[in-house]
Design a protein around this ligand. Structure first.
Ligand SMILES: C[S@@+](CC[C@H](N)C(=O)[O-])C[C@H]1O[C@@H](n2cnc3c(N)ncnc32)[C@H](O)[C@@H]1O
Length: 222
């Protein structure tokens, strides 16, 4: 089964979370509510729920959502157009979705985070993306290979091959390299503020809200 964006469901149900939920949990208050956009099979969402958070996961693939634990509220939908009319203490977007369409992803984050909330987005590590070196890594039972891979004018293009047991899947990957300055610029347009990088791989970025427009606002006097 393949999600509309080309992500193989079996692969994302098998990939380990490799400490990401615990890292994010360490940045939150114990009772923070969490919204994960593009949650896939829930390797982060399920673990954050197990750590005590109230978690909502959004994905456009019902086959991915079928893997969420009962403790996670599942919402099938397009994250770019999403408007749940609810806000969360924390919004999480992994899997480099921000590199695909930063303005739409960050606007969706801003629409759903509370005024004193936090957004965590995972971007391509800028140095890794710019170097664009073919390579592979074993992640739990899945071998993930980036080949070919190229970066021109800060746009990364790659083919990812996932090997799991005797099966293989390929997924095309394309997106803009977002270094701290670029992500700060996009964040600021969305009403968010760049607040640093939280991991040693230079992937996970913390953003905070700068302005929240009330959904009930009349839009001013004009
Ligand atoms: C590479 S998978 C990763 C899933 C999860 N973040 C993880 O790390 O395991 C990307 C997920 O984002 C979802 N996705 C991509 N574009 C989306 C969109 N526009 N709206 C909703 N879901 C989307 C896909 O269906 C897929 O489940």
């Amino acid at each position: 089964m393949i999600a509309p964006d080309g992500s193989p469901v079996e692969v994302f149900a098998a990939l380990p979370a490799r400490g990401v939920p615990e890292m994010l949990h360490g940045q939150m208050l114990a009772d923070d509510s969490v919204l994960e956009l593009g949650c896939g099979a829930g390797r982060v969402a399920n673990a954050l729920a197990a750590l005590g958070h109230t978690v909502t996961g959004v994905d456009e693939s019902p086959e991915m959502l079928a893997h969420l634990s009962k403790a996670v509220e599942a919402v099938e939908g397009d994250i770019y157009a999403l408007d749940l009319r609810r806000r969360f203490d924390v919004v999480v977007v992994g899997s480099y979705l921000v590199n695909m369409w930063a303005p739409l992803v960050l606007a969706a984050c801003a629409r759903h985070v509370t005024a004193d909330g936090v957004v965590f987005v995972q971007r391509f590590a800028p140095a890794w993306a710019r170097a664009a070196e073919v390579g592979e890594a074993q992640s739990g039972p899945v071998l993930v290979r980036f080949d070919p891979m190229s970066c021109s004018n800060d746009r990364l293009t790659a083919t990812v091959t996932y090997s799991l047991g005797t099966q293989q899947w390929q997924q095309s990957l394309e997106g803009a390299v977002l270094d701290d300055a670029a992500i700060a610029r996009h964040a600021s347009i969305a009403g968010l503020k760049f607040d640093g990088v939280i991991d040693a791989y230079d992937e996970w970025v913390r953003l905070v809200a700068t302005a929240v427009v009330s959904p009930t606002s009349s839009g001013g006097r004009w």
